[in-house]
Every structure is written in structure tokens, then in C-alpha cells.
Design a protein around this ligand. Structure first.
Ligand code: KIV
Ligand code: ZN
Length: 514
């Protein structure tokens, strides 16, 4: 029997620390639901003390998720731990993750604390966290640049205080695989009570080594890996969940452990995270990149046709690349629609919600004859985005685009309770539509990113648009989907505008006290 490798996903916390990747409460719940469906063991939902919005998001995830453990981050401070404990109260299974820096440079320059004070605060933090849950994780921040003797001392003390997971972060992505693996092995060998905790790793990708370092640690005894979907995260990101999971699964001959992940959920979850954050996945990205299973050279194509294993070490289906299967069409009935949605893990709260989704499906099927799983997911996402748009709603959009003429757009919006219209011209129909919306809203935001993705293949495919807006240092992303990409763009722009109206101050876990 192989050991279990615990998969701890921090897309909603460290992933959200990527500039521009901030997520709303509803978006976090959507991603958490996808992670739960993927059977992630632990979902780090956020840093509750950071802002009221972060607190509410962790609480909302704790209310919804039943099968995965929900975790909240807290510095080794009473107020952080109490806030995390409170946010996690509704969770079926809760973990508090508390941390304090242990490298000489962090203790001296950032914390201005002596090593003795750091040990004392870490122990107190773990004891306080144990008042809320017996599932407490401790991280010595910047462990990758900390002294081995000091790490052994503080870890032994926090295990005695009740920490059951010890996470070793390479906070600045400085380590290399052999040395990092050796560090994990030495800690496990030297700490007398090491057998009372699971050793975990949390690697950043500054040298492009996050996955390699994590896997080296697994070979030397780590049994939890902290990772994010698409490798999102602070600076160069964290270890990519999909790469860690598929390496362990594909090389069972090398790794003495298995994960509990349903790998067929990897690609849909990657797409969801990419569309919510607006962080596109590079085409040659392992596992989830568009070209990850594409064979261009004739020799490779010939080999794969004769026997897939000649050039493929994993199957595309195994990680969730559906072959764009046509699932439903214009003549499909309500029951077929409901049962396919159930298979995709989408449940409706009421008959009305099902009827509304079915009506949108019929409208889509009129425009697009073949409806794929991706279309169904986009349909539901689009409905929840509409519901999120509390202040500004799109009523109608008309664009005129003609060779040799300047494109024009006429937009009607409902802003709070009144309807208003504007017409504008632009360099293209999307530009004209955005200008008309801006004439009505006057948001003063700056467009930072505009990206369009075809959800499926073919010219009748739905376009999925992400728009990133910035105002006064605050960055938000908006999404929209439609078979008409100008309409999808307007929806995405309006979705982002709805989010930017409520500015929020957030603290950052790596920056001192709040
Ligand atoms: O990178 C890091 O050190 C962290 C800790 C909070 C675990 O994200
Ligand atoms: Zn981190």
C-alpha cells in the first residue's frame, strides 16, 4: 500500500496574491466547488484578517464545501487566529494555518524579534489555534533560508504545542531540488517528535524549480504538497497542482505515494481559474496548455496513430481534455439537459433555476447547433455573473461595423433603477462598445487586459472574454461569454465595472503587522 500524498491547494490564497488575480467571494466559491469536485484534500480559502471581503470569502467557502478540509491563513498573532477560527466556524472540517518567519534576515529585518521570541510566539499561536480546531498547520516562513538547528528547535516546539502539519516553505524560491529534498529528510530524521506530524512543502517558482523541489521533497519524506492551479501565486507563482499530481501518478514506479485527485477535473478547473483571473495558460504549459497533447511533427503523428504510447506518457482524457464531445442539441429535452448538468456536477437550487438555465440553453442551441460540455459550463457561469452584476446591467447593444467606416456602438444600460443609452465610435466594435459604456458609467478605470478565448472550436463557438480594470491601485477582472464576441466583451466589461465600485483595503500576509 502506497502512502497518501495530501494535496493542499492554495489557489484562493497564495494564487490570489498574484497581482491582478484578486477574486470575489462568488468566484472563490465557484473555484472551491471545482477543487472539491477534483477531490483536493485541503483548500486554503484565504487570509481572513486581510479584509472583511477575505473573511466573508473564507466563511462562504466553509459553508459550501463539505468533502475537503477548508483552511484559513493566520500570522502567529491572536487577532489573526481568532479571525480565522471565526471564519472557519461553518466548515465540516477546518484547519488553521499559522506562520512566522524563521530566517535570520526575516527575524532581524522584518520582525525585529530574537529567535527566542519567535519560538515563543509560534508556540502560543499553535496553542491558540487549537482552541478552534485540532487540525493546525504551522509554517516557518522562509524556511528555505533558515538555519537547520533553529528549524529543528521551533518545529519540535510547535509539534509539542499541537501542530499536526509542518509546512516547509521555500518562500523566495531560492532552493534547488537535491538540497531541498535533503532539508526535508534531515528535519524528519532529527526532530524527535517528527512522527507526530505530516511534513509538507510550499515551493515558489522564482527559479522555475517549484515543482522539481516539491517532488524532491516527496521522495525524501514530505507527504503534503502545497500547490495552485496553473501554478498561480505570488511573483513567479507556486508549484502547479496539475504537474505535481500527474508526475506522481505517471511515475508510480518512482514515487511511494498516491493522491486522491480525480485527474479528469484538472483541465476544467484550470480553465475556470484562467477565465476568472484572466491569467491565460501558455500553450506549451505541461498538462493544461492547449498544445500539451498536440503532435505537430509527421513522425510523432505517425507514431501516435500506430500506438499512442510511442509519444504520449499520459492520456489527454485522463486529465480532462474532452474530445469536444457533442452532448446536446436543439432537440434535447429538459431531462437530458438536467442529467448532463448533473454529470458535470452542476445542481440547480430550484425548478425555476433549472427552467431559466434550460431556456438559455434553448436560445444557445438556436444559434449553435452542437452544444458541448464547455458550452453548458459557460452558460451556467454566465448566469451567475449576471446575478453578480448588482448595479450595472446590460440591456441592449447594437454595433455597426463596415469596411472603410468607423465602427459605432449603441449601448443601453440599467444603472441602479434607471435606463440610459449612449452611442460612441471606436477603432473597432469592441472599442466603440467600451467607449459607449464608459460615457454612461464614467468609471475613470484603466483597461489593463482584454482577452478572448474560443470556448470550443468552430466559427459558431462561444467567445469567453476577460477584462481587467484598474482604478487607484485596485485591480478587478470581469468575464462574459456569448456567441457574439462584442456582446461577450460588453458583458465582461460591465461585470468588471460592477466589481470595482466597492473598493476594499487588504493586508498582505508577508508584510508585517496590520
Ligand atoms: O510562501 C510562503 O512562505 C507562504 C507562507 C504563508 C506559507 O505563502
Ligand atoms: Zn507562498
Amino acid at each position: 500500500m502506497n502512502d497518501r500524498l495530501v494535496i493542499f491547494d492554495t489557489t484562493l490564497r497564495d494564487g490570489e496574491q498574484s497581482p491582478g488575480a484578486s477574486m470575489t467571494k462568488d468566484e472563490k466559491v465557484r473555484i472551491a466547488t471545482a477543487l472539491e469536485r477534483m477531490r483536493v484534500d485541503v483548500i486554503e480559502a484565504g487570509f481572513p484578517i486581510a479584509s472583511p471581503g477575505d473573511f466573508e470569502a473564507v466563511q462562504a467557502v466553509a459553508e459550501v464545501v463539505r468533502d475537503s478540509t477548508v483552511c484559513g491563513l493566520a500570522r502567529a498573532l491572536d487577532k489573526d487566529i481568532d479571525r480565522a477560527g471565526e471564519a472557519l466556524r461553518p466548515a465540516a472540517s477546518a484547519r488553521i494555518h499559522t506562520f512566522i518567519a524563521t530566517s535570520p534576515i526575516h527575524m532581524e529585518k522584518k520582525l525585529r524579534m530574537s529567535p527566542d521570541q519567535v519560538v515563543e510566539q509560534a508556540v502560543k499561536a499553535v496553542q491558540r489555534a487549537r482552541r478552534y480546531t485540532d487540525n493546525v498547520e504551522f509554517s516557518p516562513e522562509d524556511a528555505g533560508r533558515s538555519e537547520l538547528d533553529f528549524l529543528c528547535r521551533i518545529i519540535e516546539a510547535v509539534i509539542d504545542a499541537g501542530a499536526s502539519t509542518i509546512n516547509i516553505p521555500d518562500t523566495v524560491g531560492y532552493n534547488v531540488p537535491d538540497q531541498f529534498g535533503a532539508l526535508i529528510e534531515q528535519l524528519i530524521q532529527r526532530i524527535p517528535n517528527a512522527d507526530k506530524a505530516i511534513f509538507s512543502v510550499h515551493c515558489h517558482n522564482d527559479l522555475g524549480l517549484a515543482v522539481a523541489n516539491s517532488l524532491a521533497a516527496v521522495l525524501r519524506g514530505a507527504r503534503q504538497v502545497e500547490c495552485t492551479i496553473n501554478g498561480l501565486g505570488e511573483r513567479a507563482g507556486n508549484a502547479a497542482l496539475e504537474e505535481v499530481v500527474m508526475a506522481v501518478k505517471t511515475r508510480r514506479d518512482v514515487f511511494p505515494c498516491d493522491t486522491g485527485i480525480d485527474t479528469t477535473q484538472i483541465v476544467p478547473t484550470s480553465r475556470l481559474v484562467s477565465s476568472i483571473t484572466g491569467f491565460a495558460v501558455q500553450p506549451n504549459k505541461a498538462i493544461v496548455g492547449a498544445n500539451a497533447f498536440a503532435h505537430e511533427s509527421g513522425i510523432h503523428q505517425d507514431g501516435v496513430l500506430k500506438s499512442r504510447e510511442t509519444y504520449e506518457i499520459m492520456s489527454a482524457e485522463d486529465v480532462g481534455w474532452s474530445a469536444n464531445r457533442m452532448v446536446l442539441g436543439k432537440h434535447s429535452g429538459r431531462n437530458a439537459f438536467r442529467s448532463r448538468m448533473q454529470e458535470l456536477g452542476i445542481e440547480f437550487d430550484s425548478e425555476e433555476a433549472l427552467n431559466a438555465a434550460f431556456a438559455s440553453f434553448k436560445l444557445l442551441a438556436d444559434k449553435k447547433h452542437e452544444i458541448y460540455d464547455e458550452d453548458l459550463i459557460a452558460l451556467v457561469t454566465d448566469a451567475s455573473l449576471e446575478a453578480e452584476n448588482e448595479r450595472i446591467k446590460l440591456v441592449s447593444l447594437k454595433v455597426c461595423s463596415e469596411t472603410g467606416e468607423t465602427p459605432q456602438a449603441q449601448v443601453t444600460l440599467r444603472i441602479e433603477d434607471s435606463e440610459c443609452s449612449a452611442t460612441a465610435s471606436g477603432s473597432g466594435p469592441v472599442d466603440a462598445a467600451f467607449r459607449a459604456i464608459e460615457d454612461l458609467v464614467r468609471s475613470g478605470t484603466e483597461l489593463q487586459l482584454y482577452s478572448v478565448n474560443a470556448i470550443t472550436s468552430g466559427t459558431d463557438a462561444q467567445g469567453e472574454v476577460t477584462v481587467r480594470l484598474e482604478k487607484g491601485g485596485r485591480i478587478v477582472n470581469g468575464q462574459g461569454a456569448d456567441t457574439d464576441i462584442v456582446i461577450a466583451s460588453a458583458k465582461a466589461y460591465i461585470n468588471a465595472l460592477n466589481k470595482i465600485v466597492k473598493p476594499e483595503q487588504r493586508a498582505h500576509p508577508q508584510l508585517g503587522d496590520v
